[in-house]
Design a protein around this ligand. Structure first.
Ligand SMILES: Cc1cc2nc3c(=O)[nH]c(=O)nc-3n(C[C@H](O)[C@H](O)[C@H](O)COP(=O)(O)OP(=O)(O)OC[C@H]3O[C@@H](n4cnc5c(N)ncnc54)[C@H](O)[C@@H]3O)c2cc1C
Length: 286
């Protein structure tokens, strides 16, 4: 049993981890991609105290070096569920299940997941990253915005046939190997050996080798949607202690509803969450 599990290693999660590790809590850090979070994709950092002429990846590397020096236990896994048990929390990832007394959610924002299939690992949320895996194959793209249209154009150059399921009003896109499908929704997805085989829509079935999703971005709270700690847009609401309405569960950073989304307040909220999670854990152990 861990004292504390921190989900997400962007600025909020890393700073929460630094405070928790320095206060000698038994901590597990879980990150699904690259420590540093969004910093890894920012070309130049502005407005962060003490960072002059730093790129995002440079600042991310500094943050990561700082926490690594505290010898943390880090698992590179994706959290897919958090459950409340009698006197502990159960965190499930794509590779295992871990128990802890308290949890800090610091998962930031990211690609919106396909509703009902949030935990499915076979879906790609990055056409640019994964298109080459589907060269000459038939794939489906589900999208609802300008970026999705750009991704459809990109995919059409690589794949054999693209079914573009568009959630929105008619778009002006005419490409020989692209069929645009409107007014549909995904009902089921059939897999074989964890690979996409068929997508069942409301009115038709599509055989496919791959499924891409591009539905814009939003708070990455798909794995806590059953806990009742999010608002109608998926943001987590907290009090001044970064505590959610479930005791022992804290949230910090871009995942939290607020006015200003910057590194400095993500890091600050991480510190506040860790201090209060520490108090909670120590009270529990008495
Ligand atoms: C283009 C751009 C430029 C920006 N420039 C600046 C700037 O110059 N100055 C500034 O102060 N702010 C800037 N920001 C804002 C800043 O990047 C964010 O406020 C900050 O990164 C938020 O930190 P965070 O830790 O809350 O979330 P994130 O940085 O998003 O980190 C969240 C982490 O959680 C991980 N995660 C998500 N889901 C899971 C899961 N299920 N399981 C495990 N891990 C998970 C993610 O992989 C990620 O590593 C910029 C943002 C953007 C998009």
């Amino acid at each position: 049993m861990y004292d504390l599990i921190i989900i997400g290693l962007g600025p909020a999660g890393i700073n929460a981890g630094i405070y928790a590790l320095r206060s000698k809590l038994n901590v597990l850090l879980i990150e699904k991609q690259t420590p540093g979070g969004k910093l890894n994709s920012i070309s130049k950092i502005d407005n962060y105290l003490g960072s002059i002429d730093l790129t995002g990846p440079e600042l991310a590397t500094n943050f990561y070096k700082q926490i690594r020096a505290l010898k943390p236990e880090i698992k590179l896994e994706e959290v897919i569920d958090v459950k409340i048990k009698d006197d502990f929390k159960e965190v499930t990832t794509n590779s295992g299940t871990y128990n802890s007394k308290a949890v800090i959610i610091a998962s930031g924002s990211g690609q919106k997941k396909l509703k009902g299939f949030e935990a499915m690992q076979s879906i790609s949320y990055c056409a640019l990253c994964d298109a080459n895996l589907y060269e000459g194959k038939d794939v489906i793209l589900i999208g609802n915005n300008f970026k999705a249209v750009e991704e459809a154009k990109y995919l059409s150059k690589i794949v054999n046939k693209l079914y573009f399921v568009y959630e929105g009003s008619a778009i002006d896109l005419k490409l020989d190997n692209v069929e645009i499908i409107y007014d549909e929704e995904v009902k089921d997805i059939k897999l074989e050996n964890n690979l996409i085989k068929e997508v069942i829509l409301k009115n038709r079935r599509l055989k496919s080798d791959g499924l891409f999703v591009s539905l814009g971005s939003g708070p990455a709270t798909y794995f806590v949607k059953n806990l009742g700690i999010t608002d109608e847009k998926g943001y987590i609401t907290v009090n001044e202690k970064q505590e959610t309405n479930i005791s022992g569960i804290y949230a910090c950073g871009d995942i939290v509803k607020k006015d200003v989304y910057q590194i400095i307040n993500a890091a600050s909220e991480g510190a506040i969450a860790a201090v209060n999670a520490g108090k909670y854990v120590r009270n529990q152990s008495r």
